[in-house]
Design a protein around this ligand. Structure first.
Ligand SMILES: *Cc1c(COP(=O)(O)O)cnc(C)c1O
Length: 406
């Protein structure tokens, strides 16, 4: 991979016509180590956030030893990055053949579930392979209510009364039993975690079973751009959120149990930026070479403001407008699909034009992991960048900013 000091340098030297991902391994290492130093337990990186081999390898080098996986593709990706990394198979609804693969080929001994039929599936394989249930830890996933940017408990999780029943069943069979939850993604307040801890405490007391651990899931917020038009308060620093979570864990007396977290976004968001090119400016519209079917689906669906930097093409001799004036542009994606238009404008200098580049920062989470081959476009070019996004000038622009009136 070619190495550059900054995104601007990469853009001006390579003049990329296709989307270019700038990978920042030093930033990834720093964010992973910061999380591990703040969380009072094991850190299991959630592979779905960004499962690129370069990411997994850099995380292993940074000292991450545990990975949260959900599929055979993720088992293989983790194994390729590290022979001895531990994997937690935390998808509550699994194919029987995938459970067998996990237990037999990958030596996975930690799983989660939220239904008795899933217990039956796991038990069938455990018996077939003649494993001791006591060698396995099964986490019962609790349903939670939160206010994350993405609410995930609608899909998975057992209600507290049901969870009590599952915990007792698993214990009777001889499995070690834990409790887990996942409150959502980009959780910007601690009440969601506190409500989940309260619910876990209730289940623990009713079940009357000695628990083997508590897994608090992911959802920790990444720092994106602070949108000046947004009335909401900015994302709290991770130190503050984690400080409150640590106090809540003590208050609900979970500090005596082995703890695990499954962070994704907070670890990998800042590790990538994306350089896109303006293929055409048509009035207040910009046609770019990426879009919702490639790297920008998360920002399209989410309430996330990504910082952006304008990289003017020096080959353009004349420009119209005022370079210091940042104005909204409607952004159309690369495909011919008419829904491939970003739902919120990008705010960029008025002078931007055909052939210029935009570096979109903090795009490491749920971006390239969600790329499709729709319409034959599949961005897959990477360079390494040695300084953090914005080292070559503060972000003056914003992607996916809410309109002023919103
Ligand atoms: C997606 C997911 C995560 C990671 O979530 P982030 O919001 O990226 O931290 C963790 N655990 C589970 C079970 C998940 O599905």
């Amino acid at each position: 991979m070619r190495i550059f000091a900054t995104g601007t340098e990469a853009a001006l030297k390579l003049r990329p016509d296709h989307p270019l991902y700038c990978f920042r391994p030093a930033v990834l290492r720093e964010d992973a180590q910061q999380f591990m130093s703040l969380f009072p337990g094991d850190t299991a990186y959630a592979v779905k956030t960004n499962g690129e081999p370069m990411v997994l390898k850099a995380l292993v080098e940074a000292g991450v030893k545990i990975f949260d996986v959900a599929s055979p593709g993720e088992f293989a990706a983790v194994r390729a990055a590290s022979q001895d990394a531990e994997m937690l198979y935390m998808h509550p609804v699994k194919a029987q053949s995938d459970i067998r693969l996990a237990l037999e080929q990958y030596g996975i001994r930690v799983m989660s579930l939220d239904h008795e039929d899933e217990i039956a599936k796991v038990l069938r394989i455990v018996r077939a392979l003649d494993l001791d249930p006591g060698s396995m830890t099964i986490y019962v996933r609790l349903a939670t209510k939160g206010h994350a940017a993405y609410e995930l408990s609608k899909k998975f999780g057992a209600a507290p009364g049901h969870a009590v029943d599952l915990v007792r069943r698993l214990d009777r069979i001889g499995f070690k039993v834990g409790l887990c939850f996942h409150v959502g993604s980009q959780v910007e307040e601690t009440e969601s975690y506190e409500a989940a801890l309260r619910s876990a405490d209730w289940v623990r007391n009713r079940a009357g079973v000695a628990l083997a651990g508590l897994d608090v899931g992911g959802g920790f917020p990444a720092r994106y751009g602070d949108d000046p038009a947004r009335k909401n308060k900015p994302t709290p620093p991770l130190e503050d959120l984690m400080g409150q979570l640590r106090r809540d864990i003590v208050e609900w007396e979970f500090d005596t149990l082995p703890l695990t977290a499954e962070p994704g976004r907070v670890i990998v968001a800042r590790a990538f930026s994306l350089i896109v090119r303006v293929l055409l400016r048509k009035g207040r519209r910009l046609y770019i070479n990426d879009g919702i079917w490639a790297s920008l689906s998360d920002s399209w669906t989410g309430k996330i403001t990504l910082p952006a930097r304008f990289i003017p093409d020096p080959a353009r001799r004349s420009r119209n407008g005022d370079a210091s004036k940042v104005t909204p542009f409607k952004v159309c994606g690369a495909t011919c699909d008419s829904v491939d238009i970003l739902s919120r404008p990008f705010w960029l200098p008025e002078t931007i034009d055909t052939g210029d580049w935009i570096e979109i920062g903090h795009i490491g989470a749920y971006s390239l992991a969600l790329r499709t081959r729709f319409n034959g476009f599949y961005p897959d070019d990477f360079v390494e960048v040695t300084t953090p996004f914005g080292a070559d000038g503060a972000a003056e622009s914003f992607a996916s900013l809410e309109t002023m009136g919103d």
